[in-house]
Design a protein. Structure first.
Length: 565
């Protein structure tokens, strides 16, 4: 029998300091008393008796004040003159430096940086490291929530009752009651303004229907995953002749994680990680197509000709990478991205923007995701081709439509909008960057949403709905332009799909189609579950689902771009 390590309790409180008030033992309180004495010996300190300062936090302050029930968590880096009110918290790995005054009831998310100083730049005869610092200080009012990975720069005042979104870069003052997000942070709304409610021709029952659906899906998820297990491998749609593929495994992993927060029934996390990693080519880092069954893994795989921008390995960057992430793992090898800038620009220009903008956008999605995976999985300190890619996108976007590519007489905006979703998902959304022309993009999306060819019959499919709601949801973080029209469209799509669940089988990719895509399967189920979350979140009530995507369709950026500096 393994004896409990007494240090585990200390480490736990360092990372979960909110438990200190309720669960702290006499020994814990004595350690904190000693920690307080050590801090007091190093400078001007005024600490309430019940504050918690993690032993692993680097706290070297000229002055430190902490009110009742406040805490500084594990591995925070805190210097300067800091005043922290009551019930205010600095969470793990945060950086809080300079002259900073924080009010009562403030939450500072993990990995946030608040930097109340700057380098001078006026003395051009001196190198930067010798230039004098400037400092105006940072002030945070009462009842403020600063999301994880945010960056707050010197001179900023954040007004009371405000929310700063995860990954935001705050360079200007934030008015009271504001919700801000983006880089640079922009105001999305006033918290006092009434939230939109579901009150349309679709009826007020959408929230209840969505909640009931999520409960039913959660109860049936094990059955639908068993349905797609043929004894050796996951298959997308049972009963059809299908080549062994990797995506069904990834879809099964995502569905189980989304609804149950665990691996599919009958499978272990370690075994699934082993299978997904087995098809990664060590040289290129790309995942080759193939069979992940035991017999399939015994066969050699062909990694020749694999490409990030096109071909069968392109989507594996997304689905396999995120499946590994929700399993708590990652790619074993980084993805090789060694295109010189001029060559990358040539390749991007050569993508089929004129007639197949979806394919072009999907290649950019995979390229952006490969960069993000390298940064997230392997702590790659470089950005690979990201800055070349983002510069190319900035230069090539059409300001009139907010998109890349042009409509054609046969398909209208379909290819352009679908490519826009893939492109922006892998770049702007995944790195927490604002869209270049959000209002123009919304105008184009809403015009496309009126195309009955796309959203009726076989056109009512997971791709076509996802490729509108995700961009509307993403642009909605920057602007309320077109919101009434967008809400009506979202309500109609939600009302339509909630009734298409097949008990024990899930969703079909194209419920009204006249081909095999009308058969419920893993791909359709995974995509529609994410779409339902996006629709409900756009409408303001995703909390009724009690699930939130963590994989390919996660709402949070995978890597916050300012973190590259």
């Amino acid at each position: 029998m393994i004896s409990p390590d007494p240090d585990d309790a200390v480490r736990r409180l360092d990372f979960l300091p909110w438990e200190y008030t309720r669960r702290g033992t006499a020994a814990d309180r004595e350690r904190q008393a000693e920690r307080h004495r050590q801090l007091a010996a190093s400078g001007k300190v005024d600490l309430a008796a019940d504050v918690y300062v993690a032993e692993t936090a680097a706290v070297f302050c000229d002055g430190l004040r902490m009110g009742e029930r406040s805490y500084i968590a594990a591995h925070a880096y805190v210097t300067g003159e800091i005043s922290l009110g009551s019930d205010s918290t600095i969470n793990p790995f945060s950086v809080v430096r300079g002259r900073i005054t924080i009010g009562d009831g403030v939450r500072i998310g993990a990995h946030t940086s608040m930097l109340a100083f700057n380098h001078g730049t006026e003395v051009t005869e001196e190198p930067m490291f010798r230039q004098p610092h400037t400092s105006r200080g940072i002030t945070v009012g009462d009842d403020v929530w600063i999301g994880s990975n945010a960056l707050v720069l010197d001179g900023v005042t954040i007004g009371a009752h405000s929310i700063v979104g995860a990954g935001a870069v705050v360079t200007k003052d934030v008015a009271e009651w504001s919700v801000v997000a983006g880089n640079p942070a922009r105001k999305l709304r006033d918290r006092r303004a009434p939230r939109p409610t579901v009150d349309s021709v679709q009826g007020r029952d959408l929230q209840e229907r969505a909640a009931a659906f999520a409960s039913k899906a959660r109860e049936q998820v094990d059955a639908l995953l068993r349905r797609s297990w043929d004894g050796e491998r996951f298959v997308d749609r049972p009963g059809l002749e299908q080549e062994p593929a990797i995506r069904p495994w990834c879809d099964a992993i995502e569905i189980a994680d989304l609804l149950l927060r665990r691996a599919p029934e009958g499978h272990t996390r370690d075994d699934l990680v082993r299978r997904l990693r087995a098809r990664q080519d060590p040289r290129t880092g790309l995942v080759a197509p193939g069979d992940l069954s035991d017999r399939g893994l015994e066969q050699p795989f062909d990694a020749s000709g694999l490409s990030v921008l096109e071909g069968p390995a392109s989507y594996h960057v997304l689905c396999a990478g995120y499946a590994l992430q929700v399993l708590g793992s990652c790619f074993e090898h980084p993805i090789l991205l060694d295109l010189p800038p001029a060559e990358l620009e040539r390749r991007l220009d050569g993508l089929p923007w004129a007639r197949n903008a979806w394919s072009a956008g999907s290649g950019i999605d995979a390229l952006g995701t490969a960069v993000a995976r390298n940064l997230n999985d392997h702590r790659d300190t470089g950005s690979g081709p990201l800055f070349t890619l983002m510069g190319w996108l900035t230069a090539r976007v059409d300001p009139a439509s907010g998109m890349w590519g042009q409509p054609d007489p046969d398909q209208g905006w379909l290819q352009v909008v679908n490519g826009f979703y893939r492109l922006t998902r892998g770049t702007y959304a995944q790195f927490g960057l604002p869209l270049p022309y959000p209002e123009a993009a919304v105008r184009t999306l809403l015009a496309h949403a009126e195309d009955r060819r796309v959203f009726s019959g076989g056109g009512f499919n997971a791709c076509n709905v996802l490729d509108v709601i995700h961009p509307l949801w993403l642009a909605g973080k920057q602007t309320d332009f077109g919101r009434p029209e967008g809400r009506r469209w979202a309500e109609a799509q939600l009302a339509e799909i909630l009734g298409r669940w097949v008990d024990g089988a899930g969703f079909a990719f194209a419920p009204d189609g006249d081909d095999d895509r009308a058969i419920p399967g893993l791909q359709g189920t995974e995509m529609w579950l994410a779409i339902i979350w996006l629709l409900t979140d756009y409408l303001g009530f995703s909390d009724v689902l009690a699930y939130r995507p963590r994989g390919v369709h996660r709402p949070e950026p995978l890597v916050a771009l300012p973190g590259l500096s």
